[in-house]
Design a binder for this molecule. Structure first.
Ligand code: BV8
Ligand code: ZN
Length: 261
């Protein structure tokens, strides 16, 4: 962390970070972004650890987002995920999602990696999204492993379109492996990035948070966008202490880049 970043106006931080981002775009340098629940806050979706945990009223994610809970009562776990999917279906993507979709549109060497399962990056126009923790909109068959879309109005326990086996939410629960292809893409993008945006994540969940360490260790300039310091704030060259929905459009505008795809 550059000491002067602490005491200069956030506009100066944005100007410096924007110049670095623009240089990467102009020079065709790889850029990566890792997003977390904070990027969807301005879409009305609460975070996990910022008090939003209580949001899943009546349910505690520790009790339902686990393989044991699914084995014991699949219908209850499916009800919770159907509720969460319906909720995000009624949400809109926000200027933060749109700014990241705009960056993908102007920079072929940009990789968007998300811990979120809400699908709002795709709703904002992002075409290439690496979903590390799965998706609320997909199910996975316990028998044949087929991953397939969940119809928006689906209810009750889901079954495989191919073999009829019981399907589970295609969500990575604690203690579970991340989708190998997604993890490999993310790891490679982090290791090659000249600039790494870390947006709206407390950086407490591994191995996702480890991507910031991989990028920084490989020499990337890390730009953190979060009203609060994340657990890996010390790795950031610049910290933009604003909500992402304000910070990212300002960053793109300061870099002379579009704020919408
Ligand atoms: C694995 C799907 C092994 C569920 C999720 C001890 C030490 C280190 C690691 C561990 C440990 N004990 C256990 C572990 C491993 C564990 C872990 O990291 N635990 C942590 C909590 C200590 N990890 C795992 O279990 C992973 N698997 O390790 O498996 C393995 C390996 C190989 C082979 C087999 C097995 C699996 C992790 C994935 C878990 N699933 N979600 C569901 O959604 O139903 S994680 C969950 O947390 C969400 O996906 C979420 O995205 C993710 C991270 O949270 P954040 O996105 O950062 O959200 P958070 O609320 O924390 O922070 C929000 C931030 O936004 C805040 O900083 C806030 O300031 C900021 N903010 C607020 N408003 C705004 C904003 N920012 C910008 N703008 C705003 N407006
Ligand atoms: Zn199947």
């Amino acid at each position: 962390m550059e000491l002067e970043a602490w005491d200069v106006d956030v506009r100066d931080v944005i100007r410096q970070a924007a110049a670095r981002l623009r240089r990467a775009v102009d020079e065709g340098e790889p850029v990566a972004a890792l997003t977390g629940a904070g990027v969807s806050v301005e879409s009305g979706i609460p975070t996990f650890r910022g008090g939003g945990g209580a949001f899943w009223a009546g349910f505690r994610s520790e009790d339902l987002a686990t393989p044991e809970a699914f084995r014991r009562h699949p219908e209850k776990v499916w009800e919770w995920y159907h509720q969460r999917r319906q909720f995000v279906m009624s949400a809109q993507s926000n200027p933060a999602h749109k700014a990241l979709a705009a960056l993908e549109a102007v920079h072929p060497h940009f990789t968007l990696i998300t811990q979120n399962v809400d699908g709002l990056h795709q709703r904002a126009g992002s075409k290439r999204v690496v979903e590390l923790h799965g998706s609320l909109h997909q199910k996975r068959c316990l028998d044949c492993g087929l991953i397939s879309p969940i119809p928006p109005d689906a209810e009750g326990v889901m079954y495989c379109d191919l073999c009829g086996g019981v399907a589970r939410p295609h969500i990575v629960w604690f203690g579970e492996m991340l989708p190998p292809h997604a993890w490999r893409q993310a790891e490679e993008a982090a290791a090659r990035a000249g600039v790494m945006l870390v947006v709206g994540t407390s950086a407490q969940v591994y191995p996702a948070a480890g991507l910031v360490e991989i990028a920084a260790a490989a020499g990337a300039d890390v730009i953190e966008v979060n009203p609060e310091p994340s657990a890996l704030a010390w790795l950031a060259r610049w910290a933009i202490r604003l909500p992402a929905g304000e910070a990212l459009p300002q960053l793109m505008r300061a870099a002379g880049l579009p704020t919408e795809p």
